[in-house]
Design a binder for this molecule. Structure first.
Ligand code: MV4
Length: 493
């Protein structure tokens, strides 16, 4: 097992990885930017190194700086977390070259899955269901029209180098196709340096269901749980759950075995996720995420498996200690991403200082967070405060537990999307589990958020309101004392 691992990330995922390391007796090295000098993850690590100023390009994306710290500290492995360099094939290759273990898949697999066209063609060869579409990139509008006529509108233009919904354009008629093709190719070229665009049949009301897999270096591959990730806004996931409300043992086996076939076909190693669209009883391959995902915690809660520990074991050459028949799904888990953003203002980020903080807790509640009271949410990075996960024996118990946890969760000083999550949990269609990727628009959730904000404020329906001084004068004194204390702390530094 590794003696020392560098975590090339920040915030909650850095702490998440360090927790697994601590349990395995692995020393940890953190790298941080100027903005994160006093962040919890930097204090949690056994060693922490400043690698640059706040902008990610000069810190968490600076491969040279990160590799220098790894070499200087003797870290045998680097865990990239998610985002930043986690799916950067060049970084994985450089780790391999330096003899430092990249705790994730081989760099060539990351590169291969970075091309949606190549991934699709590999899946077709492996007999994995894909949507009707083109095997190659399309450049000529007339050819595209012929193909789209065969597929049938609406079609979706997709940038081959895109991901997470960036570089996608829905086309509803022949007349729109030529302009759409040109604009999508142009956007892909400037965003990804690769203007390749292909066509797929557009599925209008899909579910987004993904399968977690684990693969070791000896060809052993298992699937763990499925996850329903349909509640997204502009391709940003907000609520995930395991298992999907529509999952049956038969469907899970079919999708799981398909995900294992995908992993085998591409020579996958370590933790990964196979994304599918599900519509009218059928599922179709979308893409492979070659990293540990934000929402991995719901899989951990229903299987009892620590995915980061499994990643570390696989990365240091151990065989998978899991057989498919011993992986059992127990209960139901839901994750709400708690972000410092204003759901009443187009989810605009709301950076700033957390004046009061008390996370939820109690039976069946897990909070993965990188913040604390007095912490300032930086405008340089994503606005995540935490991932609030709950487990229940049934989906209904998980929902009521999530409602209770959201009631308890106190974050004051910044605006959060907690009211959004409350509005979803209360929604009768959500409670029935009738989800598609259009859920937020189809059920006017944003209007419901306004109601939640009003009712929370009016009748003190949150634990947070218990911290609000009733008397305006008391509030003014409290604020003055707080600003004095923070000034005094600054002078001490
Ligand atoms: C699609 C699709 C409908 N039809 N492909 C979004 C990001 C990437 N995972 C692929 N995505 C989609 N691809 C076809 N042919 C709908 C989406 C999509 C989506 C998929 C999963 C979860 C949320 C989504 C939100 C919007 C669009």
């Amino acid at each position: 097992m590794f003696k020392k691992v560098l975590v090339a990330n920040r915030g909650e995922i850095a702490i998440r990885v360090m927790r697994a390391c601590r349990e395995l007796g692995i020393a940890t090295v953190a790298v941080c930017s100027e903005a994160d000098k006093n962040a919890l993850f930097a204090k949690y690590a056994d060693e922490a190194y400043l690698i640059g100023p706040a902008p990610s390009s000069q810190s968490y994306l600076d491969m040279d700086a990160i590799l220098d710290v790894a070499k200087k500290t003797g870290a045998e492995g680097i865990h990239p977390g998610y985002g930043f360099l986690s799916e950067n094939a060049e970084f994985a290759r450089r780790c391999e070259e330096e003899g430092i273990v990249f705790i994730g898949p081989p760099s060539n697999v990351i590169a291969e899955m970075g091309s949606k066209i190549r991934a699709r063609n590999l899946m077709i060869k492996a007999g994995v269901p894909v949507l009707p579409g083109t095997k190659d990139a399309i450049e000529d509008a007339e050819k595209a029209k012929t193909i789209a006529d065969e597929i049938g509108y609406p079609v979706l233009l997709k940038a081959s180098a895109g991901g997470g919904g960036i570089g996608m354009k829905v086309v509803n008629s022949r007349e729109e196709l030529a302009n759409a093709l040109n604009s999508t190719r142009q956007m892909a070229g400037s965003a990804f340096g690769d203007s390749s665009v292909f066509i797929e049949k557009y599925v209008t009301e899909p579910r987004h269901i993904e399968i977690q897999i684990l693969a070791d270096s000896y060809g052993n591959i298992v699937y763990l749980s499925d996850r329903e990730c349909s509640i997204q806004r502009r391709h940003q996931k907000l609520i995930e759950e395991a298992p999907s409300p529509i999952m049956t043992p038969e469907l899970r086996a079919e999708m799981g075995e398909t995900a294992v076939r995908v992993a085998k076909a591409i020579g996958y190693v370590n933790a990964g996720t196979v994304e599918f669209l599900y519509s009218k009883g059928k599922f179709y391959f979308l893409e492979v995420n070659t990293r540990l995902q934000v929402e991995h915690g719901v899989t951990e809660m229903v299987t009892g498996i620590d995915l980061v520990k499994e990643q570390l074991r696989i990365a240091c050459g151990k065989k998978l200690g899991l057989r498919q028949e011993e992986i059992v799904i127990n209960g139901h888990a839901i994750e709400c991403r708690i972000n410092a953003e204003d759901p009443l203002n187009d989810f605009a980020p709301s950076p700033g200082k957390i004046r009061r903080y008390r996370s939820a807790g109690g039976p069946g509640v897990r909070v993965d967070s990188g913040v604390h009271m007095g912490y300032t949410i930086s405008p340089y990075y994503d606005s995540m405060i935490s991932k609030l996960c709950v487990w229940g024996r049934t989906r209904q118990e998980a929902i009521s537990r999530m409602e209770r946890a959201l009631y308890e969760y106190v974050v004051m000083g910044v605006t959060t999307n907690i009211p959004f999550h409350k509005a979803v949990m209360r929604n009768p269609v959500f409670k029935k589990g009738d989800l598609t990727t259009n859920f937020i628009e189809d059920h006017n959730i944003l209007e419901a958020v306004e109601e939640v904000v009003k009712s929370d404020a009016a009748k003190g329906a949150t634990l947070a309101s218990a911290f609000e001084p009733k008397d305006k004068k008391v509030a003014a004194i409290a604020a003055a004392v707080e600003s004095y204390v923070s000034m005094a702390q600054k002078t001490q530094r």
